[in-house]
Design a protein around this ligand. Structure first.
Ligand SMILES: *Cc1c(COP(=O)(O)O)cnc(C)c1O
Length: 432
């Protein structure tokens, strides 16, 4: 419709006597929104002098609610799409969240799931919090409040929106003690700081370069080189890769994982604690995990912040299911690893079977602020023009990307069960 026609229609609508709020709200019932929200929408449209806009407003409100979407972007851990997709049996029953079924006494919400993650990391203990930012904050608060944390000047970084290492340390009540230089830091730099009584170092913290790289004339100590430093060594590995050998994958670790640090190997090399995210390479819900020496995990668990950072039964339940899948070495039960291990040839066959658009080789990316330079060979389809608005408006929304005025749909991140629905949507697009 042209702007003039729209304008004329609006003026006419405004001149008509508006329907009652209630009648208008009832006419919007097919959006599925509860009546009180439709009343708000109807009232706002009438107040703005154009009740004909009420339906569009109701649809916009329905669109703003959380809902499943199809991720055809090829970014495996898309932060805007909730990072890792994960499965969880939600149900309307009670849970022995803090109840010990053996004794009938009050139990710990952390014990069972914590033990599973400790087992997976082959370490003594683990504690679950709301995200990795909380894990690092709690580790610093629990181990170093009122004292100092030694960190390389090359790791005083920002990782993802708002996670800035100096601020996290400050918020935990500890003091930052920079060691080394921006590009080169050695084990001797940590040792000198720890040996200085005035520095009062309680912890050495290593922060993985998740989403950036320092290249050129650089040097950083390995975990093993810091293992003998005289204070607990805490490693923020971020990504949540459990085991570099990926025993849950039939073909072993994919080549693109390259040298991403893994929890088990970092602990084996001498870290006393590792902190990592639940919703990156671990493939679970948003959570943070602190794993390592039992006495240090206990010190974190008994800090008052632990209560503020503790997850609920939904998250713990989903993490428990995930831990059992890992222990069963069943990578195909974990949606993230399932999509990460799809073969490009299979993705190409699926793209051909869609029967619409041009079949193309693509590059997926891990995303989620991990592995910044990594690309994973993939395949999908390419359509002329930018169709992302129409695809987003589809039911369910299909999220694609645009490059050089062409729409790209990468099938690595798409569940094969959605292929037929996508083919139908693209066919309708192509014919309109
Ligand atoms: C992603 C990341 C974080 C933040 O993790 P959240 O779970 O998003 O809070 C912290 N440290 C590192 C090294 C990371 O990669």
């Amino acid at each position: 419709m042209s702007d003039t026609v729209t304008c004329a229609r609006r003026t006419l609508a405004a001149m008509e006597r508006p329907p009652s709020v209630d009648k208008l709200a009832r006419s919007l019932g097919d959006t599925g929104l509860p009546h009180p929200l439709l009343v708000d929408v109807a009232r706002a449209a009438i107040a703005d002098g154009d009740h004909t806009q009420a339906e569009a407003r109701a649809h916009a409100m329905a669109r703003s609610l959380l809902q499943p979407v199809v991720n055809a972007t090829g970014t495996l851990l898309h932060t805007n799409l909730g990072r890792a997709p994960f499965s969880h049996e939600a149900a309307g029953h009670f849970l022995n969240l803090e109840f010990d079924l053996a004794t009938g006494q009050r139990g710990s919400r952390q014990r069972a799931v914590g033990q599973l993650y400790a087992r997976l990391c082959e370490t003594e203990a683990a504690l679950i919090v709301n995200n990795c930012a909380a894990a690092v904050t709690l580790a610093m608060a629990g181990l170093a409040a009122g004292r100092s944390v030694a960190v390389s000047r090359g790791e005083l970084v920002e990782i993802g929106g708002g996670f800035r290492v100096p601020e996290v340390i400050e918020q935990s009540g500890a003091k930052l003690h920079g060691v080394g230089t921006t590009n080169r830091t050695r084990a001797a730099d940590y040792e000198r700081a720890v040996a200085d009584p005035d520095a009062d170092i309680a912890v050495a913290l290593l922060v993985h370069q998740s989403n950036y790289k320092i290249v050129g004339f650089t040097e950083a100590p390995t975990v093993a080189q810091l293992a003998d430093v005289d204070v607990p060594l805490v490693c923020d590995i971020g990504s949540g890769l459990l085991d570099a050998a990926c025993p849950w994958l039939d073909d072993g670790p994919p080549s693109w994982l390259s040298d991403e640090p893994a929890a088990k190997q970092t602990l084996a090399a001498g870290a006393d604690l590792v902190c990592f995210s639940g919703d990156k390479l671990l493939g679970g819900p948003q959570a943070g995990i602190i794993a390592g020496r039992a006495d240090l995990v206990a010190a974190c668990a008994s800090h008052p912040l632990a209560r503020a950072f503790r997850p609920g039964g939904l998250v713990l339940g989903a993490l428990q299911e995930l831990a059992l899948d890992y222990l069963n070495r069943d990578g195909q039960a974990i949606p993230f690893w399932k999509m990460a291990s799809r073969h490009p040839a299979d993705l190409r066959s699926r793209a051909e079977a869609l029967g619409v658009g041009e079949v193309v080789d693509l590059m997926s990316v891990p995303g989620g602020g991990t592995l910044p330079t990594v690309e994973i060979p993939s395949a999908g389809v390419r359509l002329d023009g930018d169709h992302t608005d129409a695809l987003r408006a589809h039911e369910p929304p299909i999220i694609a990307r645009v490059q050089d005025q062409k729409t790209l749909l990468d099938l690595r991140t798409v569940d094969p069960a959605d292929d037929a629905m996508i083919a139908a949507a693209l066919t309708r697009l192509a014919s309109s």
